[in-house]
Each structure stands twice: as C-alpha cells, then as structure tokens.
Design a protein around this ligand. Sequence first.
Ligand code: OGA
Ligand code: NM2
Ligand code: ZN
Ligand code: ZN
Length: 417
Amino acid sequence: MKMFARQFNNSILHKLLVSRHFPMPQRLLSASVAEGNVVVVQEPNGGAPLKFPSVWLRDNCQCNCCFHKNTKSRQANWIRGNVESRIRNISGGHEEDVVAIDWFDDHKSVFKLDWLRDRDFAPTNRERYIEEVYKPSYQLWSKPDFPKVWRTFEFKDVMEKDGSFLQWLESLAVQGFSIIKNAPHDVTVARQLSDRIGFIKRTTYGEEFEVKSKENATNYAYLMSPLPLHTDLPYYEHQAGINLLHCYVQSLSHGGSNLLVDGFYVAERLRKEFPNFFEILLKTPVDWYDLGKDSGISFHNIWRSPMISLDVDGRYHRINENSMKRDSHFTIALEDVVPWYEAYDKFIELAYAETVEFKITPGEVFAFNNKRMLHGRTAYEDSPTNKRHLIGAYVDWDIIYSKIRILRSHKKKTKWN
Ligand code: OGA
Ligand code: NM2
Ligand code: ZN
Ligand code: ZN
C-alpha cells in the first residue's frame, strides 16, 4: 500500500517534471527504440549513437521511487521487474539534454545525457571506465626497464599534498613499487602513511611489524639470513595488498640489500616462452601455510592457490611464491607433482634473471604491491652498535583503489552519480 502511494506520487512528479522540461522548442537529441528493445540515442552533433537495452534502462531508472539518492542504491526490487520492459513512448530532450521514457506499465523515467554517456556499452567507453575509474593498467617491467620505472616521492609531499599522494598511489598501481624519501626517524612512519591512505591491515603479525633479527625468531624474515624472492602472506585468502617497509636502521654490513622483480612480467615471459609451464602454474593449487606463534598468539593458516592467478578480464591478479611458506603437504595428484616442479623451476629461473638489487637507507620507505612484486633481501650481519631494523605495515588494495578514485574525482571535480 505504501509502495503504491509512493509510485503514484512519483508519476505525478514525473508529469510535472516532463512538462516543465519539454515546452517543445527545437529538438536536441533523438531517441528511438531499435530491434531487440535497444534504445538508440543520437546526439545532435553526430558521433556514434549511444545504445542501451531497455531492460537495463528500466532497471536503472533514476526516479525517487526506483533509486534512493542518498544511499546511491537501487531500491526498485527486481521482483517487480520485467525483462521485456516495453516502451510506450520515448523522446529526446528539447531544452535539456535528457531522454524521457514512458513505459507500458505506466512508469516514467528521465535520464540525463551525461549519465547515459558515462554508461554507454560501446567497448571504448567500457575500457575508459575500467582504466579511469576501476583500476589503472599495470605497466610490466623487465630488469633493463628498472631505471625507467623507478619513482621517488618526498615523505612531506605525500603526507601534505594530494597531488603527490595520488601520484604515489598510482605508482603502486602502475609500476608496482616506489620509494618515499626523507621520512622522519620515527617509529610511526609506516602507520602515518597507512592512516593517510585509510587504515592498516592487521595480520597475525600485528599492525606494524618489526623486521629485525630476533632471538627465537618465529618468522624467517626475522633472521639475518638471505630472504629469497617471495610475496608476504600467500597463506591468506585475504592477502595484504601493499607492503610498506620503513627503513629505520640499515645494516652497515655488506648485505641487507633489497631484491625486487615484477612477478607479473615474469608470468608474462613464462606465458610467451613456455606456455605449457604457464598453464601448469595457473591451474595447479599449492598449499601455502603459516604455522606458528607471534606475540603469544598461535596460528595455523592455510590457503590453497596456484602460483599465478588472473582476474575476470584475464589480467594478472596475484602471484604466490614463498618457499618458506610452501607446505610439505601438497594436495595434488601424484602424477601432477613432477610437472609442477618443472614449471616452478622455470618460473624461479626467470624471476632471478629479472631481479634488481638496491639498498634502501634510513628515512626511506619501500612500498610495493605485495600481490605482484616478488621481493627479498641479501644476508646481513648485525653488530652491537648497528642492528638492522625495518618497520612494516600492510594496507589492502580495496582501501587504496578507493582513495585513488576519490582523489581522481576531486581532481576532475566529478562525482560518481
Ligand atoms: C619481509 C621482507 C625485506 C627486508 O619481512 O617479508 O620482505 O629487506 N623483508 O628485510
Ligand atoms: N612478516 C614480515 O608471509 C610471511 O611470512 C613473510 C611477514 C613476518 C610480517 C613475512
Ligand atoms: Zn523509476
Ligand atoms: Zn617480504
């Protein structure tokens, strides 16, 4: 009953709106229904027509009855929907750039041209949306490309200027890593940067974690040993997105250098040069695990997943590699084991061939995409007066992409919806 009243009021509102907006002078837009119930909107200045299935228009009616503006939520329940969604009458705007639709069920919708353009189904527009709004494309890089993709940012700029902050986040999305310089000698740097983005991802290793050589270390990273190429937390379904490593004290010994390689590029080389191995690493689940204790809390994490994962568009999504955290339980068929090792061996060979080495210094923060960048370090030796000490924190990509979208929309002064 309540629903009926709202619909009724709404249709009166539409009549008022439509008559106010269309006092019938010269026509600016043409809108018609083509075969297959596709609405075709032709802008007066030519160009490719915009096309929308009528069911989609009906489903996305923006009137107050169908769409709750404040929560930006569709409120028309699909149970009331009709896949046929037949149109009785359609007209292009006259004074304003709108398309008005009169549906056979007596409902009326008005769509703004800008809103329609932004949602056009043409492939170029969908690609634009994915690139500009969803996620910027990553740039694959090889070892010789390293100087070209190396980006540095001033800590103060990242913290205080939205432009630099956005560029820093974009560098993590596109190149997969960057360095922040001149951070204060302060144990809160990793937290300050995480808070600037949103918030830290807490793991079984805490919020901030200290990478240093520890008595009775419970993680291999907390030794002075070489740390082979790896991604952190492959044993989590919800693995952290980025890793921030603030160099608080660097080792004065020969070692302690960073190793870095673009895991997506390595996967791409494998796909091109050894397609059979690529298929094996894409299909074979590996048992990643973490069994131990940190700050008095015991844990046993397991995540079964291949080394290479793609997203719905076939782009690289996540590389899993961590020889310290690969379980001796390998829950695949006996005959699949040797082929997996052959493929793995080739992947690792390519990864080391493409690895670069550098050594961050105190006051620098090495930030990287933990789903993409295999990283490691060379062995080092502490002395009584020099103890290497990094302070780390993780942030999720959901939080970073959201911040990128918000900062980009401020820059363009656009609002989504
Ligand atoms: C880690 C790690 C790098 C370093 O702790 O997971 O990658 O330089 N550390 O110690
Ligand atoms: N630390 C640094 O996934 C891992 O075990 C890598 C993670 C201990 C939080 C190291
Ligand atoms: Zn509506
Ligand atoms: Zn690591």
